[in-house]
Design a protein around this ligand. Structure first.
Ligand code: NAD
Length: 248
């Protein structure tokens, strides 16, 4: 089996479940030392059990002090995978000031804080890779009922491109991943929260997919491995859509 990340240290936020978990496992499977972080210590515990190459740590990406301490502890991070995010449902008429603030704090400011904290050590080594999990619901495509979510994910693409532009000459690459709908625990929760007919809601998600199926966390993780490894050494400042054709 190829080991595309041997010798690399990768830090993943929101690694307890879904895309973050699959990416932590994929990074470790490619030979990386993985620091898997989340606020949920129970899911982290299950991730670490029996997994070589993965160490777990509680990290709340909304806590600037905790982020700065983590960056001081881990000055050897080569790949930073900013995955934490939350899907707020609603049109602009349904987004309260509080919804707006929480969404921007968790989806955007977290990546801003993480990147700012971990970048200086990368710059000292003149090598580093920062990845953000954006979404096809962003500047790529307007999706109904995802007003503030789409705005935050568009902001992440802007953050990604600005980091890429500012540090392209200093060994830093920065890219964003823009998934379509992916089968994760939070998708199940969102379907359940709609009430009524959960199977009908799930069918609606699947029907809007031209491929007739949802994505898997492992498919997103495979793109993250490519973007985190030397295979993508000539790639920076890009937003990679992986959506089963949703936005085509
Ligand atoms: P998820 O929503 O199932 O899991 C989110 C994880 O984030 C949980 O383990 C949770 O404990 C953790 N978390 C929540 N608040 C946190 C905080 N303050 N600090 C640290 N961790 C925290 O995961 P998912 O559905 O795979 O989504 C992961 C990312 O992918 C998100 O940014 C999401 O917006 C994005 N995304 C998901 C989909 C999808 O269809 N699932 C599509 C496009 C983009």
């Amino acid at each position: 089996m190829s080991q595309r990340l041997t010798g690399k240290t990768c830090l993943v936020t929101a690694a307890g479940q879904g895309i973050g978990r699959a990416t932590a496992l994929a990074f470790a499977g490619e030979g990386a030392r993985v620091i898997a972080t989340d606020i949920d210590e129970s899911t982290l515990g299950r991730l670490a059990a029996g997994q070589a190459g993965i160490q777990v740590e509680r990290l709340d990406v909304r806590d600037p002090d905790a982020i700065n301490l983590a960056a001081q502890r881990h000055r050897d991070v080569d790949v930073l995978f900013n995955c934490a995010g939350f899907v707020h449902h609603g049109t602009i008429l349904e987004v309260s000031e509080d919804n707006y603030d929480v969404s921007f704090d968790l989806n955007v400011r977290s990546a801003f804080r993480m990147s700012r904290a971990f970048l200086p050590a990368m710059l000292e080594r003149e090598s580093g890779c920062i990845l953000a999990v954006s979404s096809v619901a962003s500047s790529i495509k307007g999706i109904v009922n995802r007003c503030v979510y789409g705005a935050t994910k568009a902001a992440l693409i802007g953050l990604t491109k600005s980091i890429a532009a500012d540090f392209v000459g200093r060994g830093i690459r920065s890219n964003a991943i823009c998934p379509g709908t992916v089968q994760t625990p939070s998708l199940d929760e969102r379907i359940a929260e709609q009430g009524g007919d959960p199977e009908g809601v799930r069918r609606a998600f699947v029907t809007r997919q031209p491929m007739g199926r949802l994505g898997t966390p492992e498919e997103i993780a495979a793109l993250a491995v490519y973007l985190g490894s030397a295979e993508s050494a000539f790639v920076t400042g890009q937003a990679f859509v992986i959506d089963g054709g949703l936005s085509m």
